[in-house]
Ligand binder design. Structure first.
Ligand code: ADP
Length: 268
């Protein structure tokens, strides 16, 4: 029957994928998608075969970050074709699968009910032809809702780990702790926490300062036995690079921003 067939298809897909990394945040706008795109770029630059599945249903931005806006995919005998970001710095192009490629227009809002979202998670992984991948990064929707639970169930027998993006201020941190606890309760290995927008350098005097009041991040993480694996500065260049579809790690591999990502890439 249909569901059995779909399950087999999903299993076949997963067979070709080495490690799955769920990039999570418990709050929107902390830079989860930016972190995902740059990690993907950094891993691909090191020679890994990388895919990015954009599961952020309400804000599928990966097509923008990889300069793939307006691209469409079609069904082939092997499934939906992924779109690829090919860059001279990469040995293998990054494969991107996103709902954005299936929509007629890029500004269509998604108002799906949860049942449909459940299907979406299944389809996102199962329908796209990922080919052989060393790492598939999944840009998760914010929160620990339905999508996450669905995905954790789907990937039960897979090598899967989570990475959490947060900004260092108290409200975001408190939310992130929930995501950490979720992973711990589910037995999902945690790679660590990426602190985004962790500092700003004044363009005039070069002094570094913190935009947000520093939360007690180190203490909170130590209590939960989770590592902070990278501190990414708030950077106009990083924002511009993302918004124009040229991930900083590809275009400026020697930048301060790229260096800030390096320990997170090592940790993956
Ligand atoms: P999320 O996926 O958590 O909703 P995004 O990655 O889409 O967040 O980031 C939201 C916005 O903030 C984007 O315009 C992005 O370019 C910008 N942004 C993210 N991280 C940084 C950073 N470290 N410095 C500057 N801008 C950033």
């Amino acid at each position: 029957d249909k569901s059995h067939h779909e399950k087999r298809l999903l299993e076949q897909r997963l067979d070709g994928i080495g490690q799955i990394i769920l990039v999570m945040a418990n709050k929107g706008g902390v830079g989860k998608s930016t972190v995902t795109a740059n990690l993907a770029a950094g891993l691909a630059q090191r020679g890994y075969r990388v895919g990015v599945a954009d599961a952020d249903i309400h804000g599928p931005n990966q097509s923008r970050f990889f300069n793939l806006v307006g691209q469409r995919v079609h069904l082939t005998p092997a499934g939906l074709g992924t779109r690829t970001c090919a860059h001279p710095a990469l040995a293998h192009p990054i494969r991107v699968g996103s709902l954005a490629f299936l929509m007629d227009r890029d500004d269509t809002p998604i108002v799906w009910r949860d049942a449909y979202k459940h299907d979406f998670m299944h389809h996102l992984i199962g329908s796209f032809d990922w080919g052989e991948l060393d790492v598939l990064l999944i840009d998760m929707p914010p929160g620990t809702g339905n999508e996450l639970i669905t995905l954790a169930d789907l990937l039960e027998h897979q090598a899967v780990a989570a990475l959490i993006a947060t900004t260092p201020q108290e409200v975001a941190l408190m939310d992130s702790l929930k995501a950490i606890r979720f992973c711990q309760e589910r037995g999902l290995p945690l790679i660590g926490v990426v602190e985004n927008m962790a500092g700003v350098t004044c363009p005039n005097c070069g002094e570094e300062f913190h935009l947000f009041p520093r939360a007690h991040l180190a203490d909170a993480l130590a209590q939960l036995e989770v590592n902070s694996i990278a501190q990414i500065p708030l950077s106009p260049q990083l924002a511009l690079a993302s918004d124009t579809g040229h991930p900083m790690l590809l275009e400026h591999p020697d930048s301060t921003e790229a260096r800030a990502f390096a320990p997170a890439i090592d940790a993956c």
